[in-house]
Write a protein that binds this ligand. Structure first.
Ligand code: BJW
Length: 259
């Protein structure tokens, strides 16, 4: 290994050790995740080179107007994603979070993800800010109960509500309000935590992007784990760990708690 390589490795080990110290010392650590947390399990991100928005326009797929304009296309997209999520398995980074959660008496996890991988990995206390792929509801809000998103829902696209209107997945689309209780709890945690660990989000979608900033403004340290720089990276108080969640999280756990 050349000198630059050795330096990089040492720097990385120092940062991992600093992150491990912050985590072991924290009384109320909170985790916040985005699409990058799922990418090593095979779920595509939204932005970036392999992201969905390279192939589709965000407003065509992730808005109510988009669903009304082209329900067939949108539901094809959700069918593919649901199928992928059912088949995929959480990677080693999720097991590391389970371990941290076991070591700490409290470790709430706020997520923008809708894929259910945290729960599949056994992570508890997951706060879903953007809803989930578990259920769908009437797009016109007729009041019929939500339905489970299972294979048979996709026999005829777009799936319809018992009232005849089309169904929409119970995820938060652009321009829609986030679930009130989930958002309120996330803001409260940002206001009371003494450490936040932000993993795999581009930090561009509001209001989720404002949550770590609330903690930082109180002088709380934030650990950012991301393969790339984000608007959070340069904010004072952020400890930047550049790399994948599937590699970095197990390394932190190894230093913090042993194998
Ligand atoms: C790795 C990795 C690895 C890769 N390891 N890292 C103008 C200015 C400011 C705000 C607005 C504005 N105009 C409108 C708004 C509000 C709007 C918004 O924020 N828009 C911005 C995009 C400009 N927000 C809303 O509309 C929200 N509602 C709202 O604000 O209500 C009030 C209001 C309404 C109207 C006007 C104003 C206020 C709702 C947002 C809903 C977002 N919905 C989606 C789709 C969900 C449904 C579904 O999934 O089917 O949520 S969009 C999409 O983006 C999805 C995600 O949850 C969300 C965030 O993406 P995320 O998780 O950050 O993923 P990526 O792909 O962006 O980034 C991945 C990251 O991982 C990258 O950084 C990689 O480097 C990294 N990575 N592999 C670690 N292995």
């Amino acid at each position: 290994m050349n000198e630059a390589g050795i330096k990089e490795e040492t720097l990385s080990a120092k940062l991992i050790s600093e992150a491990a110290d912050l985590i072991t010392a924290a009384s109320l650590a909170v985790v916040s995740t985005g699409a990058g947390m799922s990418s090593e399990s095979g779920v595509r991100t939204f932005r970036g080179e392999d992201g969905f928005w390279r192939e589709y326009r965000a407003e065509d797929l992730a808005s109510i107007e988009g669903i009304r304009r082209n329900p067939g296309l949108v539901w094809e997209w959700y069918r593919e994603r649901l199928k992928a999520c059912e088949e995929l398995e959480p990677h080693a980074g999720y097991s590391a979070l389970v371990r941290i959660q076991r070591e700490k008496s409290i470790l709430p996890l706020i997520t923008q993800n809708v894929d259910g991988l945290h729960q599949k990995a056994g992570i508890k206390d997951v706060i879903e800010l953007h809803g989930s792929l578990r259920t769908a509801s009437c797009i016109d809000g007729c009041g019929a109960p939500c339905v489970r998103m299972t294979e048979d829902l996709f026999e005829e696209l777009p799936p319809r509500c018992s009232c005849g209107s089309i169904l929409r997945p119970d995820v938060v689309l652009f321009g829609e309000q986030l679930p009130h209780q989930a958002l309120k709890r996330a803001f409260r945690l940002a206001d009371s935590c003494d450490l936040m660990i932000v993993i795999g989000t581009s930090m561009v979608v509001y209001p989720a992007s404002s949550i770590p900033l609330i903690a930082l403004r109180r002088g709380v340290r934030v650990i950012e784990i991301n393969t790339e720089e984000t608007p959070l990276s340069s904010v004072e108080g952020t400890l930047n760990l550049r790399g994948t969640a599937g590699r970095i999280l197990p390394e932190i756990v190894k230093v913090a708690y042993g194998v």
